[in-house]
Write a protein that binds this ligand. Structure first.
Ligand SMILES: C[S@@+](CC[C@H](N)C(=O)[O-])C[C@H]1O[C@@H](n2cnc3c(N)ncnc32)[C@H](O)[C@@H]1O
Length: 342
């Protein structure tokens, strides 16, 4: 609730006075005079001005009052549903198009193969509350963990490559947070780790959200380590290793927790390997419930930058399309089903 704004125009008082008026004409007239105070509440104001009866107008005046005085959430996140029209930056469409990488806070984008901070930000804001726990078993440069600190969430990040852990740690630890959150970083193999053992906490509530951003098989080789998923011998062994990480992550998710897997497809031997859909099936086989498939625009990796013409020529020769998208698969651990009473 924006207290300043209410004091500025004494909005509550104004709304109550308008609601006490008798006729629709009076309500609309009085509201129209005060619209400047309702800059953030355009939706309700419009509904009132469009109302054809006094009861309808009063219903929307009530809603407008609620939006200023009460907080209503879906219990999963901190979005105040009474002010849902204010959350312009929260995406609800399945197509995400980010023109630029966000560079706020400690987000530098130095790591080849990182994702844009907007991905974890959207997921964190939709699927967690302040002080919830977020898991990232492919931490890389720690984009998720930096974002967790910025949004006031606790986090555990696991990364196989020790050099990357050392570099990422510095950026993550120096990120300021408005909340007193914990951010834990481990150098380990996520295919064979018991994540619950990495959290040294009594009464640990479980992870509300797991964000998995694995290598897209061998598109970028992240290290020479055999346990590195980018060194999997073929698509089958890549999917089977990733499945282990999915299973390990699922074990520590809260019953209704969310798992998001960010992945793109690849071409190999003149055919498309649909890594995204293979992973999606693997997760569903593991008992996760698919909630959404988001398609996100995908910019050229450093390897392909400045080679657009070459790739276009190759695409024309080979009859394929150049990847411009990747997926964010969103799963829920289990859905609470309402038991019907007979
Ligand atoms: C696509 S990157 C993740 C980038 C990260 N989202 C960021 O923004 O920096 C995948 C990461 O997974 C790591 N990785 C590969 N196999 C792993 C494994 N078995 N256990 C843990 N990390 C692994 C790689 O070293 C790499 O840093």
């Amino acid at each position: 609730m924006n207290k300043e704004k209410i004091e500025e125009g004494n909005l509550e008082q104004i709304i109550r006075e308008i609601a006490a008026l008798q006729t629709l004409e009076e309500i609309k007239e009085e509201l129209a005079k005060n619209t400047k105070f309702f800059a953030n509440n355009g939706y309700f104001v419009e509904k009132i001005l469009q109302s054809k009866g006094v009861e309808r107008a009063k219903y929307y005046l009530d809603r407008l009052l609620d939006s200023l005085t009460e907080i209503k959430t879906n219990g999963v996140n901190d979005i105040n549903l009474n002010r849902w029209t204010d959350y312009h930056d929260i995406l609800t469409d399945s197509l995400w198009n980010f023109e630029k990488r966000d560079r706020s806070g400690n987000h530098l984008g130095w790591y080849w193969g990182n994702f844009v901070p907007q991905i974890p930000r959207q997921l964190i804001l939709r699927y967690t509350k302040k002080n919830d726990w977020v898991l990232d078993p492919f931490m890389g440069s720690g984009t998720t963990l930096i974002e967790c600190k910025m949004q006031g969430r606790n986090a555990l990040g696991i990364e196989l490559n020790r050099d990357i852990v050392t570099k990422a740690k510095e950026r993550i630890e120096s990120q300021k947070s408005s909340e007193n959150v914990q951010v834990l970083i481990e150098c380990a193999d996520s295919t064979s780790s018991d994540f619950s053992k990495l959290i040294d906490q009594t009464n640990f509530p479980g992870f509300q959200l797991a964000i998995l951003h694995p290598p897209y098989h061998d598109i970028i080789r992240f290290s020479d380590n055999k346990a590195d998923l980018s060194n999997a011998l073929d698509t089958e062994s890549f999917i089977s290793s990733l499945k282990k990480v999915i299973t390990n992550s699922k074990k520590v998710l809260r019953p209704n927790g969310i798992m998001a897997i960010v992945i793109g497809d690849k071409y190999s031997d003149s055919k498309l390997e649909p890594l995204g859909f293979l992973v999606m099936n693997a997760a569903v086989e593991d008992g996760l419930i698919l909630k959404s498939i988001v398609v996100k625009n995908y910019d050229n990796t450093k390897g392909k930058r400045n080679q657009e013409n070459l790739w276009r020529y190759r695409a024309l020769v080979g009859g394929f399309y150049i990847f411009k998208h990747e997926y964010i698969f969103i799963f829920q651990n289990s859905l609470e089903r309402k038991i019907k009473k007979k």
